[in-house]
Design a protein. Sequence first.
Length: 299
Amino acid sequence: MSILIVGTTALDSIKTPQSENPRLLGGSASHAAVAASFFAPVSLLGVVGDDFPEEYITLYKKHKIDLAGLERAPGNTFHWEGEYEVNMNNRQTLETDLGVIENWAPTLSDNLCRQPFVLLANCAPQLQHHVLRQTKEARFVIADTMDLWLNIARHELESLLKEIDCLVLNDSEARQLMEEDNVVLAAQQIHRYGPKYVIVKKGEHGSVLSGPNGLFLAPAFPLNKVIDPTGAGDSFVGGLVGYLASHPGEVETNLHQAIIHGSVTASFCCEGFGLAATTEISMADIQQRMEALKSMVAF
Ligand code: AMP
């Protein structure tokens, strides 16, 4: 089955202690769409400005991502600038320029309205809600978010949470949302806002799912070297939804496998700047790491 992914299609300027990389292809929807594309057909819904390089469109096409919902508007593409410390778990956002996505309110084609899996990748909750309201046959809706939206659009986020099946967010955001230091408790409390499933990402420490059957813990794939973790969270959720869309049966039955596949897909993202590493792998690489991870956690 196919997937609709809406979110940012961005230019990212990323500084690490080793190097500076201006205006790479990034954005929540770009990372998620490429990750999901290894598993299932993906339609990308997004907007770019007239500064968006043609070579990045070619990269989407290489992954057979349907671009009928990718608009080009006059103005600047969403631009995000971030800087990592030596400990790459610590990152600072230096600049977020919303550009053409700020006032963008897309009307979905009939085809896009009817996608069974919907990923509302990280972007303004108003936009996520606007897209969700137009969907007609969604079987499973996942939303991702981040601290910026908790800070400036909390009310809109809370009203979105009533309408989705699964919320994905990182540990500091879960703590912030629930004003609760214990991440497990925070995850469990988020159900009160609506989502049946809550997944809290903990970076190199994996993730925790809270759902009707209790908790599930997923490890991250251990890496010897991290080059740039930007987009790992988006790749995680992209791989996860991709796995769900490509496997028949109940989401409940497939969710644990989906989370581990998301985790493994995200590991590749960290091994290059922007999308450089993820766009070079194949399904065979994902499967190989799945096997390696399985043997590391079997006991
Ligand atoms: P992650 O490392 O998973 O948090 O995702 C980083 C990606 O999210 C980058 O490619 C950014 O372009 C994108 N991004 C950063 N800030 C935002 C935001 N406020 N809304 C949507 N996407 C964002």
